[in-house]
Design a protein around this ligand. Sequence first.
Ligand SMILES: [Zn+2]
Length: 311
Amino acid sequence: MSDVVVAVDVGGTVIKSAVVTEDAQVLARLRVPTSAALGTEVVYNNIVESIETLRDQLDEQSHVVAVGVVVTGIVDEKSGSAIHSENVGWNNIALRPMLAKHLGLPVGFGHDVRAGALAEGRLGAARGYDDYVFVAIGTGVSAGVIVAGKMVTGGGYAGEIGHVNSGRDVLCACGGNGCVEAVASASAVARRYSELTGEDVDGAKEVAERVQAGDADAMAVWADAVDGLATAIAWTGGVISPQAVVVGGGMASAGELLLAPLREQLAIKLNILRAPELVQAQLGDEAGCLGSALLAWEAFESDSDGREDEA
Ligand SMILES: [Zn+2]
C-alpha cells in the first residue's frame, strides 16, 4: 500500500489536478474546464468531481491520504477562504472547511502563485535559495515572496505586484488605473499590440515572434512590459533583496527575449543594490499543481501529528 495525495489547481479557465506521491512523482493527471461562467457551485462541483475521478482511477495499492487545492485571486490560507477572484467569481467562500467536510480528508489550501513559488523552491529553479521571489506572468502578474525560508502571505494580499501603479495611463481589469498587470501580463502585451496596430495576434507568443523579427510596434509594447516588470521587481528587491527572482507563467516561455532586457533594466533600477539572479522557472504550468501537492502533504502530516497528540 502506498500513500498518495490528489492535488488541484483551480485557474480561471482550467482546473488541473494530479495524483502525486510524497517524492513529487505525478502518477496521473486530469484537466477539466473551470466553467466559471456557470457559477461558483458548478466550479465547486467540478473540483470535487476531478478529485473523485482521479481517486476512482487508482489501483488498489494506492491510498489517498489528503487533498491539496490552490486557487487564483485573493486567498487567505489561514481561514482557508477564497476571498476574491475576478476570474472564477469567488467571493468569501470557505473552500477548505467545505472540502474537508465533504471529502472526509485533510485538505491543504493555498494561493496558486504562492504554491508555485513553494514548488519552484523545493523542486525547481529556486532550490537552495532562502530568499526568493517567484513572479508568474500570465493572464495576470502576481508573485510569491519567500523571506528567510518563509512564505509571506499578508492576509492574502502579499505579492500582488501586478496591481501597483506603473505610472502609465492604462485601465486594469481590477478597475484600477496604471497597474503593472495592465502593461506587462501576457494578455496585456497581446491586447496593447492589437490596439496599437489594429492587427489581431495569437497571444503574447506572437508578439514575441514579431519582436524577434524586428517589428517596431512589437518592440515598443515589449519594452513597456519589461519596464513595468522591472519597476515592480526592483521595488520588491529594494525591500527584501532576494537572492533570486524566478520568472514563470506563460510569458516565461519567451526565455531570454524577456529575461535579458529585464535583467538589464533591473540592474539599472537597483542602482548600487544587489541585483538578484534572474532565472526562468523550471516547472512550467505544473508548478501550481505540484505546490498544491506539497500543501496536501503538509496537511496530512499536521493531521497525523494532531492524532498522535490526542492519543
Ligand atoms: Zn489592477
